[in-house]
Design a protein around this ligand. Structure first.
Ligand code: GLN
Length: 488
């Protein structure tokens, strides 16, 4: 069976291990061999340690042989290089964290570890998750498995490319303004950003704390839901996590067949100027297919969504400028050589951070500075409330909102990197979901004439994560897009 081991999805791998059809040692060895072969072309990973993976996988196999029946025991998963895994490097795609070793597990990691998962590799990311193409990583650009001339999206481009290219059956990623959903759409995988407060951020390198959320990427909605079930829930280490019970949605997700009785809202603002006609066609076809599955399609308005980009690019940099103050050459990773303290701080940050991170720290400091704080930061906070209210109103008329994830399919490497504003505009459909603190996912919904994947965005009210997973699963069960594979 070994030739097909890399094809196994997350739950399929769990199944194969339970049935004794393979071992974790065999499975992880196959994934690492494939990584070895494809990494020169993809650069999806920042770090992997074959010996450590082998030891963890063998320990899982031994535990299973000794009667341990945890369902995810020995199942491999890749981890965005933003999440702390004890004893491993955690670079956030930045030179400033070179040499830093995580002293503890992020809560999501501790939970996956307790479930028996094996961390098979660390995936590339835009520096501190700031970007939409993985081009700002200090480790170089990740390539899109569907077309290596193109970006995989970002910031979680490494996780998306790794899952699409079968280097891992699933991956953890993070989404501050779209970083799970946009790369999932660009790489033809399923990416799920849970409701803010549903998943702990403890041990996830902070970018913008009121927006950041950890979530899964996988090849199917079921697999994403299975990872979500493990990582979600109250965490005493993160006071923003909710005490609401997570529940178990996996059976519903698996059984989802039709959309009878489901009202899907279609915001006209999402089908405006700037949306690539091919992406529009694929999105509309997916919506029609949802109608065919029994969904009622209703028009909804999100009148303030046009302010989303401006609002997000004030608030996210403001929070980032505060969060990144900790990288001073004293506490973490890289320290520049200098004669005295002030000079050491300055040189460390000047040499350690890349251009996009510096741009955001400067922007964030500016919008928070006395004299400008009211005009920018406070105003953006008010707009954020209006955006949230738009969704509240829309969800009075529908159960979930559907639309495009991205205005275009994956763009070429270098096409937007010289023009930050062009890059930021690509986040138009995703940032509002983070600003409102609600949940959203991207599910594969077809290919452009040029063979590039597109994603259908399914957005739900806060804490209705199970609902959007079930809706997306019903759509996915009726389609074959997620089964297509990049030829690499
Ligand atoms: N592209 C957005 C940004 O650059 C979103 C990033 C993210 O979600 N981490 O801020």
């Amino acid at each position: 069976m070994s030739a097909d081991l890399c094809e196994l999805g997350f739950l399929e791998a769990a199944d194969a291990l339970a049935k004794g059809e393979t071992t974790s040692a065999e499975l992880t060895a196959a994934l690492l061999a494939r990584s070895e072969q494809l990494e020169p072309a993809l650069n999806a990973l920042t770090w992997r340690d074959a010996e450590a993976v082998k030891a963890a996988a063998t320990a899982a196999d031994e535990a299973r042989a000794a009667g341990d029946e945890r369902p995810l025991l020995g199942v491999p998963i890749a981890i965005k290089d933003l999440l702390n895994v004890q004893g491993q490097p955690c670079t956030a795609g930045s030179n400033i964290l070179k040499g830093y070793t995580a002293p503890y597990d992020a809560t999501v990691i501790a939970r996956l570890r307790a479930a028996g998962c094996v961390f098979v590799s660390r995936t590339n990311t835009d520096e501190f998750a700031m970007g939409g193409s993985t081009e700002t990583s200090a480790y170089g650009t990740t390539r899109n498995p569907w077309d290596p001339e193109r970006v995989p999206g970002g910031s979680s481009g490494g996780s998306a490319a790794a899952v699409a290219a079968r280097l891992a059956p699933a991956a953890l990623a993070s989404d501050t303004g779209g970083s799970i959903r946009q790369p999932a759409a660009f790489c033809g995988v399923t990416g799920f950003k849970p409701t803010y407060g549903r998943v702990s951020r403890y041990g996830c390198t902070a970018f913008a704390s009121s927006l950041d959320q950890v979530g899964p990427m996988a090849r199917t909605v079921e697999d994403a839901a299975a990872v979500y079930q493990v990582i979600a829930g109250l965490d005493p280490h993160d006071s923003t996590t909710s005490p609401r019970p997570v529940g178990d949605c996996l059976a519903d997700v698996r059984a989802a067949e039709d959309l009878k009785g489901v009202r899907l809202g279609l915001p006209k603002e999402y089908f405006a100027e700037g949306l690539d006609p091919e992406v529009e066609r694929l999105t509309r076809a997916a919506v029609e297919q949802c109608r065919g599955l029994g969904a009622e399609i209703v028009d909804v308005d999100l009148p303030n969504s046009k302010y989303g980009i401006a609002c997000y690019y004030i608030l996210a940099p403001a929070e980032a400028s505060a969060n990144l103050a900790r990288y001073d050459g004293v506490r973490y990773g890289f320290r520049a050589a200098a004669e005295e303290l002030q000079e050491m701080y300055e040189k460390t940050r000047a040499q350690g951070f890349g251009a996009e991170v510096k741009r955001r720290v400067i922007l964030g400091t500016y919008v928070l500075s006395s004299g400008f704080h009211d005009a920018y930061y406070l105003r953006a906070q008010k707009v954020r409330t209006l955006i949230r209210r738009d969704f509240d109103r829309a969800f009075e008329q529908c159960d979930a909102i559907v639309g495009p994830v991205t205005p275009t399919a994956a763009f070429k490497v270098g096409e937007k990197s010289a023009d930050p504003l062009q890059m930021y505009l690509g986040d138009i459909f995703t940032v509002n979901v983070n600003l409102a603190g609600i949940c959203g996912l991207s599910v594969p919904c077809g290919f452009t004439a040029g063979g590039l994947p597109a994603g259908l965005h399914v957005v739900g009210p806060a804490f209705e994560d199970a609902r959007i997973l079930t809706i997306a699963a019903a759509y996915q069960h009726a389609t074959e897009w997620h089964r297509k594979q990049p030829k690499i």
